[in-house]
Ligand binder design. Structure first.
Ligand code: KG4
Ligand code: ZN
Length: 334
């Protein structure tokens, strides 16, 4: 079969990223320009600044990617782009840029859901065996998805309120840690012990999650202790939070593996970078004798290579978009 090269574009949040991916699993070139330092000044992503920076940088990011790949836009088979979910203004920059490339170079346009991109990051250099259980855990999502086959998704459960990454970011803020909170909580938690008694996020029979109760209990605890003039053992609190947040993920994953006879567990999204979560999931999967697939760190957080991997399967499936394609800030997988 002829090799298929996908030029993929990702601008859903604060990373301007373009990649060229061969046959859905080989990254020929990848450029990620992060705006993190700029947004860190404000303690979180400022949507207006994000879209403006995507506009300023996207052409340069394309040139850089083509140079690394030693290719021209003419050499690729299709243009894939993240159309949602994400920040509307940011998404629009990528979508309009992709439409222009598709029109000018006469290449098929493929729309990719950002979360499906996170899931397909696992295909880079790896094989997936079905049925799979995909855990999408990021700043905006906490979803447990069953995959019977490529591009066949069944949503088992999701968060009822805050996403797990959002909880990491908010708890980090309460502990005076800089944005993005996840990696900073993780580093601090390594120096602490699980000594604070915190409410366990939903432990019911469903596959849903909830993080706002856990987050609020920490905000209240810090507030009350500060008012009483008591010292807060920040490392212990970070460790206790991380344990509570992640145990809810491992409990629900265990239940789903057993109920659906899962062969592979796939972890996707920014929170998949968390090493405590990786260790706990590895233990669980070893015990239950299922494969665990976690993308390398650099493909866990937002990047265009994962969009190229997902875009390849969408391309094979004939899922073409047209020039009316619009960005969608919210979108469901199914
Ligand atoms: O997937 P992503 O890059 O962007 C979204 O689509 O949301 O995920 C970003 C989220 C942030 O909430 C960040 O704090 C979290 O992933 N994160 C982590 C870690 N690295 C990133 N959370 C926990 N531990 C980490 N090491
Ligand atoms: Zn993401």
């Amino acid at each position: 079969m002829k090799d298929v090269y996908i030029l993929a574009i990702e601008t859903s949040c604060d990373e301007t990223s373009i990649s060229i991916v061969k046959n859905g699993n080989e990254v020929v070139a990848l450029t990620i320009l992060t705006q993190m330092d700029k947004h860190a000044e404000f303690g979180g992503v400022v949507p207006e600044i994000a879209s403006r920076m995507h506009c300023e940088n996207i052409t340069m990011v394309l040139e850089d990617t083509l140079k690394k790949a030693n290719m021209k836009v003419d050499d690729v088979d299709a243009i894939a782009v993240t159309y949602g979910p994400g920040l509307l203004g940011s998404l629009l920059v990528g979508v309009e840029f992709a439409k222009v490339l598709s029109y000018v170079y006469d290449k098929p346009l493929i729309k990719v859901n950002h979360l499906i991109g996170h899931i397909y990051a696992n295909k880079i250099g790896e094989k997936m065996t079905f049925p799979s259980l995909a855990l999408v855990i990021s700043g905006g999502h906490t979803e447990l998805i069953k995959m019977a086959n490529d591009y066949e998704f069944e949503l088992l459960g999701e968060t009822e309120d805050d996403a797990i990454g959002e909880a990491f970011d908010k708890v980090a803020r309460v502990l005076d840690l800089p944005y993005p909170g996840g990696p900073n909580i993780e580093n601090l938690a390594k120096k602490g012990k699980d000594t604070y008694k915190l409410p366990k996020p939903v432990n019911d029979n469903s596959y849903n999650f909830s993080y706002s109760g856990l987050k609020s209990s920490i905000i209240n605890l810090v507030h009350n202790e500060t008012q009483r003039g008591n010292e807060i053992r920040k490392a212990d609190l970070a460790c206790s939070f991380e344990n509570a947040a992640i145990s809810s993920i491992t409990n629900k994953t265990k239940k789903a593996i057993e109920e659906f006879n899962i062969k592979t567990v796939i972890i996707a999204g920014g929170v998949a970078a968390n090493s405590f979560l990786r260790e706990e999931m590895q233990k669980l999967c070893d015990n239950l004798k299922v494969d665990l697939s976690i993308p390398p760190m650099k493909y866990c957080t937002d990047n265009a290579a994962m969009i190229g991997a997902a875009g390849y399967y969408a391309y094979l499936d004939g899922r073409k978009a047209d020039l009316k394609l619009n960005a969608k800030s919210q979108d469901t997988l199914i």
